[in-house]
Design a protein around this ligand. Structure first.
Ligand code: GDP
Ligand code: ZN
Length: 287
């Protein structure tokens, strides 16, 4: 029996990447009953047909996690891509994605792309988010900067790429592996296609890691029971949380709140705190 990872699934056929190449597989009968439960990213055991290029998925190995949207199993980390200019960063969207990733217990990398358009601004952003602390990389596809660093961070991991259209996600992937030949630039054309067809999730092999370019992963679907959890999705709040006067402090209007004190003293960024308040409002229980 060989093992591999499902990188693509269309109409009951699954492409499984093994150390000896790609194998096009169907599912063993008992698995077919739960066809919809087989996910891209699943580690599987397969038996090959005699030719070696086709086979059957026999077993799905236990998952470390599963994302619903995009539907991927065993994701290790999220790389949020934001242009430093053109388009300008959407800070609320950036923080939304980071919070979503934190709530799902995923590691985060922030890629500030198009560093060539505003080098000083890129350094400032990398510094601000690096203090939180997040791993940050400044990249430029046109100047070939930061690409090796980014590639290293993707090795051996399953990474979902997130971030607004136009940030340069496809360009970055092409720069990391020119064989990918992903469509770039035609933002409106891509958006149009996105509206009419549901593109299936696919894992792209990059070195010994995998990347999913997942445009859908840009919203926060937070359950209303996550009001209390939200504070823990802001890592920089951590050192202050135990020192608020009230045990159940949500760091909103409560007196003697150490999170608010840290915002005043500049230890926590005002903008991040404002985003916390916006997301807290969204996470409030609805009666
Ligand atoms: P995606 O929607 O996030 O996949 O973004 P694309 O990869 O399609 O890129 C959008 C546009 O930004 C394209 O016109 C790219 O040529 C351009 N672009 C991508 N990366 C860079 C960069 O590092 N610097 C500059 N100046 N432009 C870039
Ligand atoms: Zn507080």
């Amino acid at each position: 029996m060989d093992t591999g990872i499902i990188v693509k699934g269309i109409g009951g056929t699954y492409d499984v990447q093994t150390t000896e190449g790609l194998v096009s597989c169907t599912l063993r009968g008992k698995l077919r009953l739960r066809d919809d439960r087989v996910l891209v990213g699943d580690q599987v055991e397969i038996t090959r047909d005699s030719g070696g290029q086709t086979g059957v998925v026999e077993t799905i190995l236990p998952r470390t996690n599963e994302l619903l949207r995009p539907a991927i199993a065993n994701v290790n980390q999220v790389a949020v891509v934001s242009a430093v200019q053109n388009p300008l960063p959407n800070y609320l969207l950036l923080d939304r994605i980071l919070v979503q990733a934190e709530l799902l217990n995923l590691d985060c990398i922030i890629v500030f792309n198009k560093g060539d358009l505003n080098p000083a601004g890129a350094l400032e952003l990398a510094d601000e988010y690096g203090k939180i602390p997040y791993r940050t990389v400044i990249t430029s596809v046109v100047q070939h900067e930061g690409l090796d660093q980014l590639k290293k961070l993707l090795q051996g991991k399953i990474t979902t790429l997130a971030g607004p259209s136009g940030a340069g996600k496809s360009s970055l992937l092409n720069a990391l592996d020119p064989n990918l030949k992903l469509e770039t630039g035609k933002v409106s054309a891509k958006a149009q296609r996105g509206r009419h067809t549901t593109r299936s999730v696919e894992l792209l092999a990059l070195g010994d890691g995998y990347v999913a370019d997942t445009p859908g992963f840009s919203r926060l679907d937070m359950g209303s029971d996550q009001e209390r959890d939200l504070q823990f999705a802001f890592p920089e709040f951590g050192p202050h949380l135990n020192f608020c006067q009230f045990r159940g402090c949500l760091h909103r209007h409560e007196p003697r709140c150490q999170v608010k004190e840290a915002v005043k003293s500049g230890d926590i960024s005002q903008r991040r705190y404002e985003h916390y308040l916006i997301l807290l409002e969204e996470a409030a229980p609805r009666y």
